[in-house]
Design a protein around this ligand. Structure first.
Ligand code: CA
Length: 216
């Protein structure tokens, strides 16, 4: 698929988004899990042409609610992607795994520990982490324009398990992963798809637009 037809499709996506649900901020102050925060918009998103839809955040448990969102979807791997094919190219730079999180993809739950640069560590270098999701039965989703696709969330685990730890910077983590694919010669579209998952609150950072990588 060439860039022109993809761009043309994107212009029409705006009118074809899945149901947007405006969520109230109530309830965040009481017994909120560590990752709870004010998520302004929450979509179950279907690309133009329909096919498999996905929630634009992953979750800390199998509950599709604002209080349980973890990280925004920041990458779409398409063309002929599977979860394993989206992870494999980065096995040398992100050889470790993290805790299980969950995503609602293609009408079912998937779970993933993801891939990350390091296990928990106390120095101040980057430790980017990506989780990749698709229905476990197929390991991929399908859309007429994207072909076989999977979605991924990204973030950084800073000084994980040590004093001064924090988690976030999804946008920087997206850029890190995208750069690794660019360096390996993959075709890409940076910050291409508007998923409405904009966040700008301390370390919770996302411009709401997912980058795309073509997996042959
Ligand atoms: Ca982005």
């Amino acid at each position: 698929m060439d860039q022109f037809s993809r761009a043309s499709a994107r212009r029409r996506i705006i009118t074809c988004l899945g149901t947007a649900v405006a969520l109230v901020a109530a309830g965040l102050a009481s017994a909120a899990p560590a990752q709870a925060r004010d998520v302004n918009l929450w979509f179950n998103h279907a690309f133009y042409g329909g096919g498999d839809a996905f929630d634009t955040y992953d979750y800390g448990q199998q509950t599709r609610a604002e209080d349980h969102v973890d990280w925004p979807v920041s990458l779409v791997f398409f063309n002929n992607a599977t979860v394993s094919k989206a992870k494999a190219p980065l096995s040398s730079v992100m050889p470790h795994t993290g805790s299980l999180k969950y995503a609602w993809v293609g009408g079912t739950w998937d779970q993933d520990r993801g891939i990350k640069q390091y296990p928990g560590k106390c120095d101040s270098t980057t430790n980017y982490h990506m989780r990749v999701y698709a229905p476990p039965g197929t390991d991929r989703m399908f859309n007429t324009y994207y072909g076989y696709f999977v979605v991924a969330t990204t973030h950084m685990d800073y000084r994980e398990g040590c004093s001064g730890q924090w988690f976030g910077e999804s946008e920087a983590a997206e850029d890190f992963v995208l750069r690794e694919f660019i360096n390996r010669g993959y075709h890409y579209w940076s910050d291409w798809t508007d998923l409405g998952s904009y966040e700008n609150n301390g370390h919770f950072q996302s411009n709401g637009r997912a980058s795309e990588v073509s997996i042959p």
